[in-house]
Design a protein around this ligand. Structure first.
Ligand code: ADP
Ligand code: MG
Length: 245
């Protein structure tokens, strides 16, 4: 089966400095692909490439059968209707209420009525444990709460593909568990494909179909949870034991 996401020999440099080297990665529809690796190894860059916020300096990125690295803005907008991203630093619109933040994608990409938008927003906020917080401003929220709003916003449009950049960082174990369950139930109920960057190895082992370890801009290991646990690569062993949580 052809992957819903496919990277072929992808290279990425910033001002001539290489950050990702020859990335080859194919992710199947409905798969939960977890990306691990130390800070600065290129994980966030990889997600930004997949959602088309960055263009690779080399190689090809295919999403839903379309080569996005050379797609125009119009084609990208169509694809983004099917994609959500939870950014590492939440990236909420500070001048908008929580409710308006969650409604943003619905206004951009759907023609739901105001009533329907209100209903979807209410449901999504309830899902992340923030029922009734529609009128609060992001500046009044803790980091963890912002993250949850960001999650509600990404899920509002019922995306087919969701990219999560450290969705459970800074959250307590109960909220982390809730988010892990959201990721797995989105797949079970709607066949959602997820790419999840995380530092929480327990969560990675719980939710992943496959785990890819990035180190120095390269995928140094990729496999099922069991394969990663049993990997003989010392970099992998050191990482998974050093990041127990
Ligand atoms: P990770 O998410 O694994 O911590 P990143 O993808 O954020 O890693 O960053 C990988 C490397 O690329 C880092 O050295 C970082 O400083 C650099 N980098 C990321 N984004 C930019 C950018 N927009 N401009 C220049 N360098 C960047
Ligand atoms: Mg990052």
């Amino acid at each position: 089966m052809a992957g819903v996401i496919k990277l072929v020999n992808v290279n990425m440099s910033f001002r001539g400095r290489p950050v990702l080297h020859d990335i080859n990665l194919e992710i199947a529809k409905g798969e939960i692909m977890v990306i691990i690796g130390p800070s600065g190894s290129g994980k966030s860059t990889l997600l930004r490439l997949i959602i088309g916020l960055l263009k690779p300096t080399g190689g090809e990125i295919w999403v839903k059968g379309q080569e996005i690295s050379r797609a125009g803005e119009e084609e990208m907008n169509k694809l983004r209707r099917h994609m959500g991203m939870v950014f590492q630093y939440s990236a909420l619109f500070d001048s908008m209420t929580v409710g308006e933040n969650v409604a943003f994608g619905l206004r951009q990409h759907t023609d739901l009525s105001e009533e329907e938008i209100t209903r979807v927003v209410r449901r999504r906020l309830r899902m992340v444990g923030l029922a009734g917080q529609e009128n609060v401003m992001p500046s009044e929220l803790s980091g963890g709460m912002k993250k949850r709003v960001s999650l509600a916003r990404a899920m509002a449009i019922n995306p087919e593909i969701v990219l999560y950049d450290e969705p459970t960082a800074g959250l307590d174990p109960i909220m982390s568990g809730t988010i892990d369950r959201m990721i797995t139930s989105a797949r079970r109920l709607f066949g959602v494909t997820s790419v999840v960057v995380t530092h929480h190895m327990s969560s990675a082992f719980n939710i992943a179909d496959r785990i890819a370890m990035i180190y120095g801009g390269r995928i140094v290991e990729i496999g099922t949870v069991d394969e990663i646990r049993q990997s003989e690569n010392p970099i992998v062993q050191q990482f998974i034991h050093g990041y127990k949580s």
